[in-house]
Design a protein around this ligand. Structure first.
Ligand code: ZN
Length: 250
């Protein structure tokens, strides 16, 4: 069994709560990127990911902060302000770490991407986007049963009767039979956008390539000290909306 976390976004309180929640017996924690950006604790979050040896890929915020050539006009004003603030505080060591992460990882029959297998900056938000990326997985990534993706900060599973479902009830075992492929978004640790203020991640079991068994996934919804994370954002001088949205999960 392994865990998949995504979009921590400098929210130390949420990350710590998730790490405390990971049950014994979990062999590895994989991270889908965006360790920093938005939240007030980028170094603390990055230190934890590094020191725990959590394999991680880079997200668009990780790169926007650490690659100074990034064109910030693609970011909305609040996100751009957060990138500028984070550039001012991120340590050299953490910047180097984030900048040198791969953009995708493969582990057995699992693939890990930030946005989509097609494009690390793509948002998979609807059935059409899911369908196209499932077809691409089949063609370009043989043997992959589950592709874990983030970036939208919204829990999601495909294929499903509606094309793209909003994940499962927490703690229910979601069976993904056969060879797939499937797309699974664990939701966001540090800045959920699905109306759920809890820190979200998944526990997963994926049978090895070539074996007939598929995968199973359990969503975890972890309460954390939202007020403390908000207070840090406000006192850091980051845009206050970044604090406000944490209590709405939007
Ligand atoms: Zn993100």
């Amino acid at each position: 069994m392994f865990a998949v976390i995504s979009d921590i976004h400098g929210n130390l309180e949420a990350l710590q709560a998730v790490l405390d929640d990971v049950p014994e017996g979990v062999e590895e924690i994989f991270c889908l990127g965006d360790v920093i950006g938005y939240g007030a604790s980028p170094n603390e979050c990055c230190d934890l990911v590094r020191e725990l040896g959590v394999p991680t890929i880079s997200g668009n915020h990780d790169l926007a902060v650490t690659d100074l050539a990034t064109d910030l006009s693609w970011f909305n004003p609040v996100a751009a302000a957060a990138v500028e603030w984070t550039r001012g505080v991120i340590s050299q060591q953490n910047a180097q770490f984030l900048l040198s992460r791969p953009r995708t990882m493969r582990h057995g029959a699992s693939l890990f991407v930030h946005g989509s297998p097609r494009d690390p900056d793509e948002y998979i938000l609807d059935a059409a986007g899911a369908r196209e990326n499932l077809a691409l997985l089949e063609a370009d990534h043989p043997g992959v049963k589950v592709c874990f993706f983030g970036h939208t900060h919204v829990k999601a599973v495909a294929p499903s009767p509606e094309g793209l479902d909003g994940g499962d009830e927490p703690d229910e075992v979601l069976k993904l039979p056969g060879a797939g492929p499937y797309l699974v978004n664990p939701g966001s640790v540090g800045q959920p956008r699905d109306g759920d203020r809890y820190a979200s991640y998944v526990l997963a079991e994926v049978a090895p390539e070539g074996e007939p068994d598929g995968a199973s996934v359990v969503y975890r919804a972890v309460p954390y000290d939202v007020g403390k994370a908000q207070a840090r954002i406000r006192s850091a001088g980051l845009p206050p909306v970044l604090a406000d949205r944490l209590s709405r999960g939007r």
